[in-house]
Design a protein around this ligand. Sequence first.
Ligand code: HEM
Length: 240
Amino acid sequence: MNMDPFSLIVAILVYVAVIVFFAGMIYKIVIWVKTPKLQVHLGMFPKPKNGFVRFFKLLKDSFIFPQAIEVDRWMWIFAILFHLALLVVLIGHFRLVREFTFVSNVIGQEKLSLLGAVGGGTMGIILIFALIYYLFRRFASPYKDISVPEDFILLILLVAIIGLGDHMRFLGDIHTEEYRAYFQSILHLKPAFPETLAASQTRWVLSWHVLSVDLFIIYFPFSKLVHVIGTFFANLVRSE
Ligand code: HEM
């Protein structure tokens, strides 16, 4: 076993996180389903007659949330940038599961790595700036007055995940194949570091990155962020 006790606990916590996440989401969905339906009809206003237009509006309200532009323009701009960058980064993380051979076959392995470095790096910077904006916003009124500890816990967890991810991206000395071997070992229920990673200090950054992800995933179903799923259902009810 080439893993230090801390990294091993972090890797095992990945399984705990996945179990808690799914159990928590099922618990949440059961509560939503059991909640008696409102007698008052919460329709869209103005309600588009055509079902297709209503569905399009549902998607627009869920993913672009145009109502927020008038309330706080900068918050909306950062929110859109943050979520788009997050999507790109999470898609990029699939390289940890399997290499994007369909891309490397076309542009070559070197260019794919360059794309990952430039794309991942750019998105990583956008994410950290958006988070710093969100954090500072909560130190000024009126947001300061309505902020609760949960708001800060979530933001700090995200700053940790993204800051440590950026650290690996900009200062790490490890190739994607090594990271993939580590991630594959977790997927195959045999957590281990490949040799280069075990010998590098970057393993600490990786383990802290994964630990922050573990905590975030465990907390997610019980936090306000569960709105990601809730919003869609709320907009679905409104579009009925
Ligand atoms: C267990 C799950 C995860 C693992 C094993 C993991 C691992 C990694 C690794 C190895 C890198 C460095 C990539 C490189 O330099 O080649 C990285 C970067 C990064 N990670 Fe993660 N990560 C995980 C989940 C997440 C999540 C959930 C987020 C976001 C909420 C995230 C955000 C980032 C960011 C922003 C970067 C820097 C930009 C980039 O390289 O894409 N990671 N992660």
